[in-house]
Design a protein around this ligand. Structure first.
Ligand code: BGC
Length: 800
């Protein structure tokens, strides 16, 4: 089945009419009342989002469920896209089945909407379309229950900001909240009230293409980003028509796919699951996420979509989740491929009983449940509970009051949103290297630069600048590197030369000569190399992590001219940049920056803005190091100082490779700027913490860590101060260090700031062999610095 043909926002043809500026709502923070209401279903755990289970909503849900037929109930539990919908002009019942009729089981979704046989739709683009389906549901169906339109709005709707991995590199949750709010603001004008975002899967393996959609390898940073997305999407009040319900995905541990291969199985201890993979999902649920998407993968032998441990025990009973769970695309059907269901009926029973409430595109729940219920194999109460969960979200969204697309539809990048997405892009870039050529580092470029050569297949590729899962941008509104630098050079009376050099993939060298000529003519060369947008995202695992195609050969050819080179790397994942690191003076990772790509890059290259991004994922020296992540468990034979490549390295029988160093080429948390920073005076508020105080769930501020940060350079710049913790002596071994705090700090030259981090139970605890978060009497080391290699440390312990 060709599901891609029936989705893809990227391929939509978009009407070009007047743009509209939307004002951003100020500081949309979701804060749940302290005295969170007890859940109605008697688990005793406080509701994750009390707004979903108010007495008023419960009353409405009860009244509606009482009136519903089985068919209407099942309708709420299935989801279709718009393939095969009757053409607006078609005669009664006359189906105009589009390119992929089997995607919708040859059913006409418009008729389903009118019959109350469908509760939600996915990836329907444009207000005209969503309103048409909505009218059928609201005006024609018996109970007038509105549809919920969901879509993969991952990093912007019309105005596109950096891919999520790039956003994570900003280490700026408040900015992530603002851009998320902006995307909701735009997409709701097309009738979309549900985003299949954020993807909060931890990604420790750069081969996995979906690393681009998440916040990288660290649970603490991942949790901070997860909260920011939920606050941005859902706002303070979900019922406002400019807010959307989030769908946190993919629950759970999808990012741990073996060998980085898409959709592959995952297998891990409960300790690793809870300590590394679950924290971002939990943070999102606790921030009030209205829905969750179950993952495709199996975890420890049980496909997530049919796993009661994940979907009921952890999600609902432990975390108090009150929203609904939607399966991933055809994941219910895929239970048969997993081999845990031999029939559609069995797949259906296992999925719904485990806690998957809505079936996305398998079309099993509506076809299988009537018989399963009749046979007594699935109790009616299970169906009713799933329906109630869906209706709660619909009421909480205020869909019954305002079911249609909001206001004037946004069909263009919104002018008023450009400064924000430009700032997000600037903050996402990570300066990996900036060596001197002559007496000064290559970057920032001097205002006196008279000529620049932009070389590479990504130098003028507007469509690529938005990367994977890029909403519905208009390509002609995207600023390329060539365009932005040309504008600068024109203004300064200089020259901009451009040569594509080669394709992103392929082995042609036909453009090399022109590229070299362009380089020869210029003062400085800006090379724009990397992946295409499609080389990351879903179903885009790579076994090689080099610059694709002939791009390294192009780089070598241009480097041979001897001109200073700034290498811009566009990618949805860490790449192997070992040759470049040795031979190219300046390298900046730019991910996929979005609509304002070129303008943001020009601002940073010329030093109007100093780079401030830090890597959210480790960049390997060789693909064979993957999965590579900084917060590893120790080994009995650590490589301690034997990191140099043999034969210089001392010991042989230690945990190392014989042909490459263990360490990352560019580690987690790393990133340079145009100034320099010094960390000093790292201190802890006390040396001993009594266990009776520390091992108390929710205990706050057990130890305060302070440090001084000084801008020792010549420019104003931003440093991301990072706090790492390790403890030794516990009943289970702990990572060699773990991020437990961070803060973006902007300082003028010579200026200092006192940093303060508070460590409480949340930061000091770990998961024991009984799957419980605990603090034990152990020794703690804390480090404060500008990357995961932070050197300044202090110590304390927890004692009986
Ligand atoms: C992806 C999800 C996405 C869904 C709907 C699936 O293939 O895994 O992330 O939300 O399709 O488009």
């Amino acid at each position: 089945m060709n599901k891609q043909a029936s989705r893809g926002f990227r391929h939509s043809t978009l009407a070009l009419s007047g743009a509209i500026a939307l004002a951003l709502g100020a500081g949309a923070v979701t804060s749940l009342p302290a005295q969170a209401r007890q859940r109605v279903d008697s688990t005793g755990v406080p509701a994750s989002n009390p707004a979903l289970v108010t007495p008023a909503i419960e009353k409405k849900v009860d009244a509606l469920v009482d009136k519903m037929t089985l068919k209407e109930k099942l309708g709420q539990l299935v989801q279709y896209n718009d393939v095969g919908a009757s053409a607006p002009t078609a005669a009664n019942g006359d189906k105009a089945i589009a390119d992929n009729p089997e995607a919708n089981n040859n059913v006409d979704p418009l008729q389903l909407a009118a019959n109350g046989g469908m509760g939600s739709m996915l990836n329907v683009v444009g207000a005209k379309k969503t309103n048409r389906f909505q009218r059928a549901a609201v005006e024609k169906s018996r109970l007038h229950i509105p549809l919920l339109f969901g879509a993969d709005i991952i990093h912007g709707y019309r105005t596109i900001y950096p891919v999520p991995l790039g956003l994570a590199a900003s280490w700026d949750p408040s900015m992530v909240q603002q851009v998320s709010h902006m995307a909701a603001n735009e997409a709701t004008t097309a009738g979309i009230r549900w985003f299949y975002s954020p993807m909060v899967d931890i990604a420790r393996d750069a081969r996995w293409g979906r690393a681009v959609e998440g916040a990288g390898e660290d649970p603490y940073l991942g949790a901070a980003m997860a909260r920011a997305y939920i606050r941005g999407y859902q706002g303070k009040d979900l019922s406002k028509p400019y807010n959307v319900a989030a769908s946190v995905k993919h629950f759970a541990a999808y990012g741990a796919a073996e060998a980085g291969r898409e959709y592959n199985t995952t297998d891990m201890s409960d300790i690793r699951l809870r300590q590394v993979y679950l924290p971002p999902y939990k943070a999102a649920v606790k921030a009030g996420a209205a829905t969750i998407m179950s993952a495709f993968n199996a975890l420890n032998g049980v496909p997530a979509t049919a796993d009661p441990y994940l979907l009921t025990d952890i999600l609902r009973k432990e975390w108090g989740f009150d929203g609904f769970v939607v399966s991933d695309y055809t994941a219910v059907k895929e239970l048969m491929n997993h081999g845990i269901a031999l029939t559609p009926a069995e797949a259906t029973r296992k999925a719904i009983e485990a806690g998957t409430d809505v079936d996305m595109m398998s079309h099993f729940y509506d076809s299988q449940l009537p018989t399963l219920i009749k046979q007594g194999k699935v109790p009616m109460s299970v169906v009713d509970e799933a329906v109630r969960r869906v209706l709660r979200v619909k009421f909480a969204l205020g869909l019954f009051q305002h079911p249609y697309a909001r206001g004037t539809e946004v069909t263009h990048a919104v002018k008023a949103h450009l400064p924000l997405v430009r700032k997000a892009a600037e903050q996402s870039f990570v300066l990996l290297q900036n060596k001197k050529v002559g007496s000064a580092p290559v970057l920032p470029l001097s205002d006196k630069t008279k000529s620049i050569a932009v070389i590479g297949p990504l130098g003028d590729a507007a469509g690529e600048m938005v990367g994977a899962w890029s909403g519905a941008p208009n390509v002609n509104e995207i600023v390329t590197v060539r365009k932005a630098l040309k504008a600068r050079m024109d203004k300064a009376g200089g020259h901009l030369y451009y040569a594509k050099g080669t394709d992103i993939q392929g082995d042609s060298t036909a453009g090399f000569a022109a590229a070299k000529q362009a380089a020869e003519k210029a003062d400085v060369v800006v090379m724009a190399l990397g992946e295409s947008g499609k080389m990351s995202g879903e179903a885009a695992a790579r076994a090689h992590l080099d610059l694709p195609g002939n791009q390294l050969a192009l780089l070598k050819a241009v480097q041979a001219t001897g001109k200073p080179i700034v290498l811009l790397v566009f990618s949805g994942r860490p790449l192997v940049l070992d040759w470049s690191a040795k031979h190219v003076p300046a390298i900046m990772e730019t991910w996929f920056p979005g609509t304002e790509a070129g303008s943001a890059i020009a601002n940073v290259l010329f030093g109007n803005v100093s780079p401030s991004g830090k890597l959210p994922m480790s960049f390997p020296r060789a693909v064979g190091q993957e999965p590579l992540y900084y917060n590893q468990f120790p080994t009995g034979r650590p490589a301690n100082g034997a990191d140099a490549k043999p034969p210089e390295g001392a010991a042989k029988y230690v945990s190392r490779y014989i042909d490459v160093r263990n360490t990352a080429l560019f580690p987690f948390g790393y990133g340079l700027t145009y100034s320099s920073f010094k960390f000093s005076n790292v201190k802890v508020s006390r040396q001993h913490v009594p266990l009776s105080q520390a091992n108390v769930k929710g205990a706050k501020n057990l130890v305060t860590v302070t440090a001084t940060l000084t801008n020792t350079g010549k420019r104003e710049a931003t440093e991301v101060a990072q706090l790492y913790v390790r403890n030794r002596g516990a009943s289970v071994e702990q990572p060699v260090r773990s991020l437990k705090g961070f803060e973006r700090v902007t300082l003028k030259p010579g200026q200092s700031k006192q940093l303060t981090f508070h460590l409480g139970f949340h930061e000091l605890s770990f998961v024991n062999t009984h799957s419980k978060w605990v603090v034990e009497p152990t020794d703690y080391t804390v480090w404060v610095g500008g990357s995961s290699l932070a050197k300044q440390s202090a110590h304390f312990n927890v004692t009986h």
